[in-house]
Ligand binder design. Structure first.
Ligand code: ADP
Length: 336
């Protein structure tokens, strides 16, 4: 293949001939843009790219296909993942990881690009111990990966949540109702606080605050809002806090205000990725392949302080990140 931008090849170590790519764990909009970037950056540098289907399952079972530029035409705009994804319990066993590492060697791969969340990265650690060279691209709608400020899928999920809140606001205002909206986020409140802020919610409950959540305070606030003439109340609850239906019933019983619970659930996993997700996914896919070509081993791509970074896998897994409480404080201030 002819490289139109020959300059880009200067720093390339030629021993990288063949790489694998898979998507694993929870799906996230933008995964396809990342696959596309991996396939095309690989092809641009004359590296054979092998697509592995259904996450680590496909590696263990040898479900593979060679991928070329044309295989990733018209996929950037699609939600989900064209390689499909899965959870793979076998990878939690020594035998399973041994088998995955053995297949990697049989396939003659020089590196494996894993597009997924924290669990998928833990799988990479196990594979790395067995001589597999893994490079991770962070993808989860939840944003709960400590090594990076951005994870693919987050922006689309928040936009879907915002859209739902906009619609619920219309109907809640018309009927002077209260809406309790459950958004995704089992262990992390990033989606919840972003949705609450950009959807103009009156309050938000998220897992990091679980010990401090007080329904009585929320209800008091709703009553206070009513007394100053607010026609509606939007309360965002993260999945991990739960009890959404019960909270809605309680609010209605105590305040007398008609209250509806809406659980967005997996709606937030799907949809055409936003521009932000497509941009990060494309850049991260490109950087993952460039890192492999530069001879990097067992790394993850991250986006921090406005720049893409290549971090050591082990170090990345030990990093810490905390939810920005300031956003929560500002939500409360802006809800007056
Ligand atoms: P995500 O990558 O979205 O966080 P999961 O937590 O479900 O999703 O992890 C995806 C897959 O990664 C799991 O099904 C399993 O195959 C693999 N995995 C998770 N944790 C480990 C681990 N500790 N060791 C090996 N593989 C793991």
């Amino acid at each position: 293949m002819v490289n139109l931008l020959g300059e880009d090849n200067k720093d390339i170590k030629t021993e990288i001939k063949k790489i694998g790519v898979l998507t694993s764990g929870g799906d996230a909009p933008g995964m396809n843009a990342a696959i596309r970037a991996v396939v095309r950056t690989g092809q641009y540098h004359n590296v054979q790219v092998i697509g592995i289907r259904k996450g680590y399952n496909g590696l263990i079972n040898g479900e593979i296909k060679e991928m070329y530029s044309k295989d990733v035409s018209n996929v950037m705009n699609l939600g989900g993942t064209i390689l499909h994804t899965a959870r793979c319990p076998e990878m939690m066993t020594e035998e399973g990881v041994d088998k995955a590492a053995a297949i990697y060697k049989i396939l003659g791969l020089d590196a494996l690009v894993v597009i997924g969340g924290d669990g998928s990265f833990r799988g990479m650690e196990s594979l790395a111990e067995r001589g597999v060279n893994c490079v991770g691209i962070p993808a989860t709608i939840d944003l709960d990966m400590n090594s990076t400020e951005y994870t693919i899928g987050f922006d689309t999920a928040v936009n879907t949540g915002m859209d739902a809140l906009n619609k619920l606001r219309d109907t809640s205002s018309s009927h002077e109702r209260c809406s309790v909206v459950e958004v995704m986020g089992r262990d992390a409140g990033y989606i919840a606080i972003w949705c609450a802020m950009v959807g103009g919610a009156e309050d938000v409950m998220f897992p990091e605050e679980k010990g401090n959540i007080d329904d009585a305070k929320v209800i008091q606030q709703i009553l206070a809002n009513r007394s100053i003439g607010k026609r509606h109340n939007l309360i965002v609850v993260a999945e991990g806090v739960g009890g959404t239906q019960k909270l809605a019933q309680k609010i209605q019983e105590i305040t007398g205000i008609q209250t509806r619970a809406t659980i967005l659930g997996h709606l937030q996993r799907g949809g055409s990725p936003t521009a932000v997700d497509r941009m990060h996914a494309s850049m991260m896919g490109y950087h993952a392949v460039k890192a492999i070509l530069a001879g990097e081993k067992n790394k993850v791509v991250a986006y921090n302080r406005g720049r893409y970074e290549i971090l050591d896998l082990k170090e990345a897994m030990q990093m810490e990140k905390h939810i920005d409480r300031e956003i929560y404080d500002v939500i409360k201030i802006l809800a007056i």
